[in-house]
Design a protein around this ligand. Structure first.
Ligand code: AMP
Ligand code: MG
Length: 301
């Protein structure tokens, strides 16, 4: 299969192209599309056979459930029960980079939820994603568009490299706004399952209460048990090796001067200065001695 590639400007859905992509969804095909978090690989969430193709294309284990994307609250209520005490807050928050775990309605194919009685639901704020869901007329089940265990695609280019031969349509709208997955909040126990683009402070503000944050959600130690089904798997294994270097910048410069091939350096301005002439790309995080203080920006040389 050769995917039809549809280019669009970020956040600017084009009616004719969205119509083509929506047609593929309605016919049970796979469509890779941008969202504000990362790219998604989507299928009609009400069509079990179409959703099974997502697992095959990604090489995803079948016990790792999918997030279902909706374009309005009514669509969410077609597949899940929204507790009435949270309806107002959800209306205010959505569309946003946050996914809620809700009780699933029976009509939902088991392949979407991996047989759980809950379903993950999100309304993305990206205008291309929203118009694709609206035009399709069905909720779209879509995990991140990456081969299982690889980093999520944060640009159309990444998604094309991975899926040009295994999906029907790819919408390429450049870089993702956040480049980070959606936050997952279990609304039954009000527990954060996965940190993401929507902050804990924003959750507190919208719901008027703090979510429970289990230590496993921080990812600072190996989870003894998965707090969310997909989190028991290893994530994010980039192809490029990453080395952590501690010590004197001069020693590092010496090691790198003998390095064959291309590399990028991430670190302080002072260390980057000591490497002049060797590194191809410096990503400067700040000055030495300012660690721990948020600088808010990161400059790229
Ligand atoms: P992805 O879209 O690839 O980031 O993956 C979706 C993730 O959402 C899964 O790996 C799970 O961690 C989480 N998820 C999906 N459905 C559920 C559910 N019913 N209960 C808890 N977590 C879920
Ligand atoms: Mg993923």
């Amino acid at each position: 299969m050769h995917a039809l590639i549809l280019k669009m400007k970020p956040g600017k859905p084009e009616k004719r192209k969205i119509g083509l992509a929506a047609g593929a969804i309605r016919r049970g095909g796979l469509v890779v599309f941008p969202t504000e978090t990362v790219y998604g690989i989507g299928a009609n969430a009400l069509d079990g056979n179409a959703c099974r193709k997502i697992y095959a294309a990604k090489g995803r284990p079948s016990d790792n459930p999918l997030i279902v994307h909706v374009s309005d609250i009514g669509m969410a209520e077609g597949i899940a029960d929204i507790p009435s005490r949270y309806r107002k807050a959800i209306r205010k928050i959505w569309p946003a980079p946050i996914t809620f775990i809700l009780k699933a309605k029976k009509a939902l194919p088991k392949v979407v939820t991996s047989g759980l009685d809950t379903v993950a639901v999100r309304m993305p704020e990206d205008r291309i994603a929203l118009s694709l869901i609206k035009e399709s007329g069905v909720p779209i089940a879509a995990p991140s568009a990456n081969i299982s265990k690889k980093p999520s695609s944060t640009s159309g280019r990444h998604a094309i490299d991975s899926f040009k031969d295994s999906v029907d349509v790819i919408i390429d709208a450049g870089r993702s706004k956040y480049g980070m997955e959606s936050t997952i909040l279990d609304l039954r126990s009000f527990t954060l399952l996965r940190p993401g683009a929507f902050t804990v402070e924003e959750i507190e503000k919208a719901f008027g209460k703090e979510p429970k944050v289990p230590e496993e959600a921080y990812g600072t130690r190996e989870a003894r048990k998965a707090i969310s089904p997909g989190m028991k798997y290893r994530h994010y294994s980039p192809d490029t090796p990453l080395f952590l270097f501690k010590g004197n910048p001069v020693a590092l410069a010496k090691i790198l001067s003998g390095w064959k091939g291309r590399f990028a350096f991430i670190g302080s301005r002072e260390t980057a200065a000591a490497l002049t002439g060797t590194s191809k790309k410096n990503i400067i995080l700040g000055r030495r001695g300012t660690q721990g203080q948020s600088r808010g920006t990161c400059s790229q040389a």
